[in-house]
Each structure stands twice: as C-alpha cells, then as structure tokens.
Design a protein around this ligand. Sequence first.
Ligand SMILES: Cc1cc2nc3c(=O)[nH]c(=O)nc-3n(C[C@H](O)[C@H](O)[C@H](O)COP(=O)(O)OP(=O)(O)OC[C@H]3O[C@@H](n4cnc5c(N)ncnc54)[C@H](O)[C@@H]3O)c2cc1C
Length: 250
Amino acid sequence: MEVNLISYTIDCDKIPGVAAFTSCSKKNPYELYNTKTKKDTDDFIKRVVAYGHHSVIEHSNFTFSISGISRACSHELVRHRIASYTQQSQRYVKFNELDVVVPPKIKENKQAKKIFDDAIKKSADAYQKLLDLGIKPEDARFCFPNATKTNLLVTMNARSLMNFFAIRCCRRAQWEIHNLAYKMLKLVKEKAPVVFEKAGASCLQKRYCTEGALCCGLAPTFDEIKNGTANESKIKEYTDKMMEDCDLEK
Ligand SMILES: Cc1cc2nc3c(=O)[nH]c(=O)nc-3n(C[C@H](O)[C@H](O)[C@H](O)COP(=O)(O)OP(=O)(O)OC[C@H]3O[C@@H](n4cnc5c(N)ncnc54)[C@H](O)[C@@H]3O)c2cc1C
C-alpha cells in the first residue's frame, strides 16, 4: 500500500480559525485572514473543536493518492460518503496479470497461502481465457477476487477525516483500512497539527471507549474515567506506534 498526500488547502490550520472568527466578528473573512495571528486562530480552533462545533474545519480539504490496496479495502473506504473518489476502472484498464493483496494471516500460514495462491491463479487464468474469447474486460473482471489491488484519488475535508479516523483507527476496524487510516492520519497531522491535534480512534477523541464488551482494552472505560482510575497512556502509545510503523498488519 502506498499513500501520498498530493494536495491540501493552503493554510489548512488557519482557514478553519478564520471561519470561526467570521461567525462572531464584524470584520469580513478577508480582513480576518490578514489580521489574525497564528496564535489567535490556533487558540480559537482548539476551543471550537472541543465544543464540538466542527463545521469550521470543513473548509480544509486533503487529497490523497492511495495505491495498492485491495478491492475489499476500497469498498470499505468508499462507504465514507462525505468524500470525493476516483477509482481505477476495471472496465477501461485491461490487466495483464492479477496483482493482489495477501492478508498477513494467510501469508504466514503455508497451507493457507497455497490455497490462496491456487484460487488467485484460477481467477487470473479465467480472466485471460474470457478475454481470449473476445469477452470485454468489463465482463471478464467478474472473475476477480476481493484481493485485487486498486488505486484511488480521494479528497476529504477535515471534519470527514476526523470521523474516518474515529472509526477506522479503532482496533475493531479491519487491518487493511486500519493501516490506511494511520498512514493518512500521519500525513494530515504534519500539515494541520492544530486541527488534527485530537484526531485518532474514537476513544482518543472522547477519552474513553464506547464499544462496550467489544473494547480492545487499550482505552479506559467510562467508569474508569469517572472513578479516576483511567490509564490513558496505552491508546496514545498505540497511536504513536501505528503512525510510526503503519505497516503493522494486525
Ligand atoms: C468495525 C466496523 C464494522 C462495520 N461493519 C459493517 C457491516 O457489517 N455492514 C455495513 O454495511 N457497514 C459496516 N461498517 C461500515 C459503517 O457502518 C459505515 O458505513 C462506515 O464506517 C462509514 O461511516 P459514516 O457513515 O460515519 O461515514 P460517512 O458516510 O462519511 O458519513 C459521515 C457522517 O455524516 C452523517 N451522514 C452521512 N450520510 C448520512 C445520511 N444519509 N443520513 C444522516 N446522516 C448522514 C453521519 O453523521 C455520518 O457519521 C462497519 C464499520 C466498522 C468500522
């Protein structure tokens, strides 16, 4: 998987601050943009994000090139509706070979890997045979497995990204989109550290886990927060580790 942030709003940390000031100032956004200092906008953004007034961070957009993820992962990704997507077409692109993502648990199990490889080979052979018969790629592709690699261009605003991270940085998310989410998180945090200061799994944003019995054990429960016995460092350490080494395929 390769993830690159190829375009983003200039002043992606400042513009949401200008938006926040616009709502409560006699000055117009242009005047505010030219007069407010970084400290002014940073402080205001931290406050309004903490209040839950997230509409102002919609003004910052981020465009990613994502390549080499499976179609299983891209299907999960495009469920996030508040975004724009363009995906490599299996109608217009004819594939000479079937490039696939191998799940780590299959890769490390010799017997499972053999079953997987055989299934992929059968799919690839069937695709080629159908093309040889004159069947169009748009129909021959019906033989392709979920493992087939794909490329996408994805644009999301900061508010939608915060929701994406809340859901997909959670350890309940499937490993491939989980890794993807941490790669994206690392990239946007570098460009907009104030807007994304609290970004990460839902438990990192809320300070406790809402998954009940399904909690992975890294985040404190609501009761632990209430009782003052919460250990919040585990989820922070996990987030830092995932951003450093997002190829952990668990
Ligand atoms: C662990 C896990 C398991 C999952 N299992 C399944 C599954 O079994 N089956 C399945 O179908 N999906 C499953 N999903 C996908 C999940 O249900 C969501 O579709 C996906 O995570 C996108 O989230 P979203 O709707 O918040 O994002 P977006 O579509 O980006 O929406 C962002 C926010 O905008 C608002 N919004 C968007 N559209 C509407 C709307 N039409 N009406 C009102 N508000 C709206 C909501 O507040 C929403 O949270 C799973 C996800 C995870 C993380």
